[in-house]
Write a protein that binds this ligand. Structure first.
Ligand SMILES: Cc1cc2nc3c(=O)[nH]c(=O)nc-3n(C[C@H](O)[C@H](O)[C@H](O)COP(=O)(O)OP(=O)(O)OC[C@H]3O[C@@H](n4cnc5c(N)ncnc54)[C@H](O)[C@@H]3O)c2cc1C
Length: 319
């Protein structure tokens, strides 16, 4: 029975929403699933983790208590837990946190790691990921005693598979090494990191300046969305690079992507083409984004977005 680990990412005492899809991806007919929790709240997550098929929850801590966020100590602790519990594979998220932790684990274990996976076959040890800015996909074969997979957030639909989970405490004898976390600073963009967001509303050149992004933030607040941007808006200095979607920005896969005043260049599409539903708001009905969206609204975003916000507020009962 293959023992498969899942690095459970949490934020402020909650499991990140994209994790349920990752657990779903890690499941298999005879897999024993281990959820590795590092924030000291394993018991709080039991109901949710067992609802998605986690059999054993490993409460990873140091001998003196929970491990504070530090990618170096977390990676060493997870690598030790993988050896202790005989985990042959580890799944995680291709998120800001996953990008810090998973490569470090791979280096410690000398294990192959594939990030931004769209699909994984644990038995065949293969994983599919997009190539050449999303123009094609490739299937990669991994060889090694342990295989590591970083899943693209939101690509796998989360399907419940209730089971009964048991909690194991694991004290990893790790101490802070060369890397010390002194402070955590929230990005100016706030909200959920774009790569994990379930809804994104993005603005392009048509936004004209940084102040105008306020109308997107207002809409995002009602929708519980994160705000993104095209490269033009970033290069112009209107918004930070952390908000850029595309080939040289972030790859996102939200359930809903609303592109406001974005033409639909190949480089922008490279970062958001796997979105569930794409809505385009553009004055030019012939814009590429309008041709390749699920719903296109031909109009001025400065008129359309405030109406959308008002209507959503009313229908979602926000005021
Ligand atoms: C190597 C390389 C990497 C790149 N990486 C990225 C990347 O990661 N991400 C990225 O986004 N780009 C990237 N680019 C840039 C990319 O080629 C495009 O230049 C860019 O995506 C265009 O941004 P845009 O759609 O905001 O602007 P434009 O192409 O100028 O489009 C603006 C759109 O707004 C519409 N519009 C105008 N006024 C309004 C209005 N009032 N209401 C509604 N619609 C309106 C117009 O009809 C038009 O369709 C890269 C380019 C290169 C060469």
């Amino acid at each position: 029975m293959p023992r498969i680990g899942v690095f459970i990412e949490t934020r402020e005492g909650r499991i990140k929403p994209a994790m349920s899809g990752v657990i779903t991806a890690a499941r298999g007919p005879n897999h024993e699933l281990y959820g590795l929790v590092l924030d000291g709240r394993a018991a709080d997550y039991k109901a949710q983790l067992q609802a998605f098929g986690i059999h054993r929850i490993v409460d990873v801590a140091s001998p003196t208590g929970p491990l504070g966020w530090n990618p170096d100590t977390w990676a060493r602790a997870i690598a030790l837990a993988m050896r202790e519990f005989g985990l042959e594979a580890l799944f995680g998220l291709t998120s800001a946190m996953g990008k810090e932790v998973l490569p470090r684990i791979a280096a410690i274990l000398d294990a192959p790691l594939l990030m931004d996976c769209l699909r994984v076959d644990v038995e065949k040890r293969t994983a599919e990921k997009s190539q050449f800015s999303g123009k094609t996909t490739g299937v990669f074969k991994l060889n090694g005693a342990h295989c590591l997979y970083g899943m693209r957030p939101n690509v796998i639909e989360a399907i419940p598979a209730p089971t009964e989970a048991k909690i194991d405490a694991f004290q990893a004898p790790v101490t802070e090494g060369a890397l010390i976390v002194e402070a955590l600073r929230l990005e100016a963009s706030r909200g959920v990191d774009l790569t994990e967001a379930e809804i994104i509303i993005s603005g392009g050149r048509a936004m004209q300046n940084g102040d105008n992004f306020r109308i997107l933030r207002e809409c995002a607040e009602v929708l519980g969305a994160s705000v993104g941007a095209s490269r033009v808006a970033v290069d112009a200095g209107w918004v930070p690079h952390s908000m850029q979607v595309g080939q040289t920005g972030k790859t996102v896969s939200p359930k809903l992507y609303i592109a406001c005043g974005i033409s639909g260049s190949v480089q922008h599409f490279a970062g958001m083409k796997t979105s569930g539903v794409i809505v385009a708001i553009n004055t030019d009905p012939k814009a590429v984004m309008m041709q390749h969206c699920d719903y296109g609204i031909a109009g001025d975003l400065f008129e359309v977005v405030p109406i959308l916000t008002r209507q959503l507020k009313a229908s979602l009962n926000h005021g």
